[in-house]
Design a protein around this ligand. Structure first.
Ligand code: F0G
Length: 487
């Protein structure tokens, strides 16, 4: 693949090093607790990394959502916010940006991504109807099933191969899509969703060519196309650098193309735009009018949608900064650097490297732990024990149980180590690789988890688990032998 000089400056030494195209002018002090303390806090928070207080976390790699470093232009814009219940100037600025960004005709604000999903599910999905998607996202599926809908995935078979060379593992399998539509009929399908930067399979992108195919097919069948653009920034970087026909195209043209393929685009502004909010952009007046009335009901008046005006200003600038390749390159090139460090230590990671974060394959890392004992969750707890590193389980724990109460085993069991934009340094990534390298050498010590308290919906957020046996104590004892300081 030819190098993009604007994203990767060469080093005379020949080393491949991701280079920051920004400098840090404000920083946050973080603390590394010793392993004994980490064990205690993990136990008291139900072995769930969502429940860890940040003060006990060294490197917070839970998510890139709402925790990307904002630019000085974003902070400056926050000072200009126009605060009013109705008709805020801030809103009009944001609306103008979103409409010109995606090239669509209408905009509805919402306070975050899943709020958009709530509106879409409420407006479009009747009981028994399907949302077809390349791959589901946790909150998306929960909103669809909440209103009695069903989810059908049509992602390419490569999606479940954690090691692959396919540059676009998030692509739809057109055969699966067309035969499913033939099987159930278009009347049973509420909408067809394309999730950019497919989250749960390792931040894997969707190609523009595939989006075109899906959209053309859906239009021929009269099916509504909804694009989830929350992870657009990473996906856009991959389209630009991996899709031959797009290498020379300006980013703004590619985004306009994406917008033109959709009837509805929604996004989490905590990801796209690096602020805290969300929104829905629409092509057709009919859809706008249908969804519009739900915004004041669930979110707030149409000119703020539950967001603070300061965050709307930051999001406005952040969305425009998505068109800067040196900005959107930062997560992918740091994910790649971390992934290569991990690979060098033998740690099984998802390839090709995707966006959002580096994804460790728990099934390959700890094959001794069966899926019913949540290997990705167990490995996540072990990663915290050996490094104070907070990752996120993306596997069976993040799934909903089937309607009959049985476990829905995930097609992949991943520990996601998110790499929020411009937050971590290369030495911190090397620390992560070092600790995971140690853990890999001691992988036989890792055991499973079981629920102590299992919520009915989105159980991964608030569920509490405990280790099966005393493997965590043994792991910490082995760590202390090699690292007597416990740090
Ligand atoms: N869609 C995708 C693809 C997402 O990644 C997310 C959030 C949402 C929708 C929901 O947006 O959080 O603003 O309500 N992903 C977060 C993550 C939670 O950590 O990956 P939200």
């Amino acid at each position: 693949m030819p190098e993009h000089t604007y994203t990767r400056v060469g080093f005379f030494s020949g080393e491949k090093i991701p280079l920051e195209m920004h400098k840090a002018r404000m920083v946050q002090r973080i603390h590394l607790r010793p392993a004994g303390e980490r064990l205690a806090v993990l136990g008291s928070t139900g072995n769930n990394t969502f429940l860890l207080p940040n003060r006990d976390v060294f490197l917070d790699m839970l998510t890139d959502r709402g925790v990307n470093a904002m630019s000085e232009a974003q902070y400056a814009a926050m000072l200009l916010a126009d605060d009013s219940y109705a008709g805020s100037e801030t809103y009009y600025r944001l609306e103008k940006t979103v409409l010109s960004f995606f090239g669509l005709n209408y905009f509805l604000p919402a306070h975050q991504g899943r709020a958009c999903e709530n509106i879409l599910a409420t407006a479009y999905v009747s009981p028994g109807q399907y949302m077809v998607t390349n791959y589901h996202f946790t909150t998306t599926k929960a909103h669809i099933t909440r209103v009695g809908g069903l989810v059908r995935e049509c992602v390419s078979d490569e999606a479940s191969l954690t090691q692959s060379t396919n540059p676009f593992k998030g692509d739809y399998d057109m055969g699966k899509l067309t035969s499913f539509v033939d099987e159930v009929g278009t009347g049973k399908i509420a909408f067809v969703r394309i999730e950019l930067g497919t989250n749960l399979i390792g931040g894997q992108p969707v190609s523009l060519a595939n989006m075109r195919e899906v959209s053309a097919y859906c239009r021929s069948k009269g099916l509504r196309v909804v694009i989830d653009a929350s992870l657009l920034a990473d996906n856009l970087f991959f389209i630009k650098t991996r899709e031959e026909s797009c290498r020379l195209r300006p980013l703004e043209d590619i985004v306009l193309d994406i917008g033109s393929l959709a009837d509805v685009v929604y996004f989490s502004g905590r990801k796209l735009g690096c602020a805290r909010g969300g929104g829905i952009s629409l092509a057709h007046e009919k859809d706008y009018r249908k969804l519009r009335d739900l915004v004041p009901l669930f979110e707030g008046f149409l000119t703020y949608g539950g967001m603070s005006v300061r965050e709307m200003e930051a999001m406005n600038v952040g969305i425009q900064e998505t068109l800067d390749i040196d900005t959107i390159s930062q997560t992918p090139i740091f994910v790649e650097a971390l992934g290569e460090e991990l690979q060098a230590k033998g740690v099984p990671v998802v390839t090709p490297f995707g966006g959002l974060g580096c994804h460790v394959d728990a099934l390959k890392f700890i094959p001794q732990v069966p899926q019913e004992q949540y290997p990705a969750g167990a490995l996540c707890s072990a990663v915290f024990l050996v490094g104070g590193i907070r990752g996120m389980e993306r596997g069976t724990l993040s799934e909903q149980r089937n309607a009959d109460g049985s476990e829905h085993l995930s097609s992949v069991e991943l520990v996601r180590l998110a790499v929020p934009k411009r937050v971590f340094t290369l030495s911190q990534m090397k620390f992560v690789a070092d600790r995971l390298g140690w853990l890999y050498e001691h992988r036989d010590l890792v055991g499973g988890l079981e629920f102590e308290d299992e919520p009915e919906t989105l159980r991964f957020f608030l569920g509490r688990l405990k280790p099966i046996g005393d493997w965590q104590e043994k792991l910490v004892a082995a760590f202390l032998k090699d690292m007597p300081s416990g740090l």
